[in-house]
Design a protein around this ligand. Structure first.
Ligand code: GUN
Length: 294
C-alpha cells in the first residue's frame, strides 16, 4: 500500500524546461543573447554517455546552443585543460560542464578549478562552493537545487524543519546541506560512519538520501509523514531483470512517508533542467542583462 504522495519530478522538470524555453526566446529577441552550453566527456562510461546525450537533446529543445567535446579515455590532463581554456575564451559559450568521473590519470579538482567560475554551471569550482557556503551569489550544483525545489513543492516552507542528508559528497551531500541551511532547516549530515543511522533519520521531517547504496533506507527508519527526496540512481538485477532503484526502499518507505520521490522520475529529471536554468543565469550575468523569471 502506498500512503505517501508521489512527488512527480518528471512533470515538475517539464514545467521548468517550458519556462526556461520561454525565457530564452525573450533573451534572443530582446537582448540578442543565445545561451550556450558546452559538455566535455572523457572516455566511454555508458551511464555518462546516456546522460550527456540527454543533456544535449534538452539543451537544443529549450533553444540553447549545445556543444559537445567527446575525448578519448587516454586524453592527457594537459589536453583536457586546453579544451577547457578554449571554452573559457569562447564568447558564445556561457556554461561549461566536464562530466565526472574523469579517468584516474586526470586530477579532477585541477580540471574543475580551471573552468572560469562564471561559466561553472555545475557549481563545483572552489570559488562557487565558497560563495555558496558564505551565502553569496553563486552558481549552485544542479542536483541539490532540484532536490530542494521538489522538497519545497511538497512541503511549502522548509523553515524550522529537521533535515537529515545522508551522504557527504561534494556533488550532492555538502551543497544540499548548505541550501537547506539557507532555507532555515536544522541540518544533520549523516554518512557511512554515522552511529545509529536509523535513529538519526527518524528525527527528520525531510530526508535527502544521496549515499549511493541501493534501497538502504527502510520505511521503519522514517518519522511518520516525513518527506523523502531520493537522489540515488543504482543499477541492480532483480528477478533476472536490470532495474534502476534509489537509495530508499521505495515500496517500504512509501508506507510511512508523507511524500516521496520515485526512482526513476523524481530527482533525476530535475538535474538537467537545473543545469539549463544555471546556464541561463550564467549567460545573463556574463552579458550583464537581468535574469528572466523562470
Ligand atoms: N556526474 C554525475 N553527476 C554529475 C554532475 O552533476 N555533473 C558532472 N559534471 N558530472 C556528474
Amino acid at each position: 500500500m502506498c500512503a505517501a504522495k508521489v512527488i512527480d519530478g518528471k512533470k515538475f522538470a517539464e514545467g521548468l524546461r517550458g519556462r526556461i524555453a520561454t525565457a530564452i526566446a525573450g533573451l534572443k529577441s530582446d537582448h540578442d543573447l543565445e545561451p550556450g552550453l558546452a559538455v566535455v566527456l572523457v572516455g566511454e562510461d555508458p551511464a555518462s554517455q546516456v546522460y550527456v546525450r540527454n543533456k544535449a537533446k534538452q539543451t537544443v529543445e529549450v533553444g540553447m546552443k549545445s556543444v559537445e567535446h567527446k575525448l578519448d579515455a587516454s586524453t592527457s590532463e594537459a589536453d583536457l585543460l586546453a579544451v577547457v581554456e578554449q571554452l573559457n575564451n569562447d564568447p558564445t559559450i556561457h556554461g561549461i560542464l566536464v562530466q565526472l568521473p574523469l579517468p584516474d590519470h586526470i586530477d579532477e579538482n585541477k580540471v574543475i578549478n580551471s573552468i572560469n567560475p562564471d561559466k561553472d554551471v555545475d557549481g563545483f569550482h572552489v570559488i562557487n562552493t565558497g560563495r555558496l557556503a558564505t551565502g553569496q551569489d553563486s552558481l549552485v550544483p544542479c542536483t541539490p537545487v532540484g532536490s530542494v525545489m521538489l522538497a519545497k513543492d511538497a512541503l511549502g516552507s522548509l523553515s524550522g524543519l529537521e533535515a537529515v542528508v545522508i551522504g557527504r559528497s561534494n556533488i550532492v551531500g555538502k551543497p544540499v546541506a548548505q541550501l537547506l541551511l539557507q532555507e532555515n532547516c536544522t541540518v544533520t549530515i549523516a554518512h557511512s560512519r554515522t552511529k545509529d543511522l536509523p535513529g538519526v533519520v527518524g528525527r527528520a521531517d525531510l530526508v535527502i538520501a544521496a549515499v549511493g547504496r541501493a534501497e538502504m533506507v527502510k520505511g521503519d527508519w522514517l518519522k511518520p509523514g516525513a518527506c523523502v527526496i531520493d537522489v540515488g540512481i543504482n543499477r541492480i538485477e532483480r528477478d533476472g531483470k536490470n532495474r534502476i532503484v534509489g537509495d530508499c526502499d521505495y515500496e517500504d518507505c512509501a508506507k510511512t512517508a508523507g511524500s516521496i520521490t520515485p526512482v526513476p522520475g523524481g530527482v533525476g529529471p530535475m538535474t538537467i533542467a537545473c543545469l539549463l536554468h544555471n546556464t541561463v543565469h550564467a549567460a545573463c550575468a556574463i552579458k550583464g542583462v537581468p535574469v528572466p523569471e523562470m
